[in-house]
Design a protein around this ligand. Sequence first.
Ligand SMILES: [Zn+2]
Length: 299
Amino acid sequence: MILKPREVPAELKTLRLLRPRMPLPDEQRYLYLEKGFKGEQQLDAWLEDLTTDCFVINDLLLNQNRNFFQIDKMLILQETIYLLESKYSKGDFFIVDDKWKAMSGIEIQDPRLQLKRSETLLRKLLHQHRLNFPVESTLVFTHSEFYLYNAPPQLPAVFPNQIHRFLETLNRLDSKMTHKHNKLAEKLLALHVHDNPHTQFPDYNYHELKKGVVCANCRSFMADKGVNWACAKCEYEEDNKTAIMRSIEEYKCLFPDRKITTNNIYDWCGMTSSKKKINRILTNNFTRVGHGNASYYVD
Ligand SMILES: [Zn+2]
């Protein structure tokens, strides 16, 4: 039972919306977040066939004495809490003298350290709240093109070709969720930190962003064809209502303080044809506040 589904992280969501409309200050950061999210989605997909009675909590952000730690995926089973950390690295790596290196010889961050840190902090947190559960943590390498030479067998890791057996092992465990587990899950969900302190939103302002309707499929700009919108790059087409409502959602997400007015949305969608189209969509889908030029729309 999934108690907390995975959502696109707020920072990634914002960057995805901004990217077609302005040069991002840190493209690498964006690519890093996309990569991480893709790995987590792969982890979710692999664990879809989990049939044992358990609770699943995704993207849990906790704070133990001002030490923030994120858990990609937590499985609460009858006897044990499992922490799964997704690593979406691609390529060949090896361990020498306890150091992780890429084939080029460049040392990479040892993924065990972060895992160990989360595990330790979670133990402290549970202890503090008098919740007594053993914790086990595992790295899950989620990229199919990852290979680690001379991996020690005791490494707490699951490689892509082991995931099926890992899942089978979990499914074979006798597990039953009881009041005790409900209490644990409720406590952890209540402790979840909503505003990630590591989130870095770039500076942006309305006037500097490129206006238009962005393709839902390839994120290029679409052309207003009168009856619908069309993407020249991927040939994706959308009717007026869907395209404009989607653009309003993007506008609301990027500018929660700006008013939804016919003129604002007309400008945001970069339109040159009639404003009536916008007016009709706003009237049919939102509640109008005020009259005349000062009127605006709310959900
Ligand atoms: Zn497209």
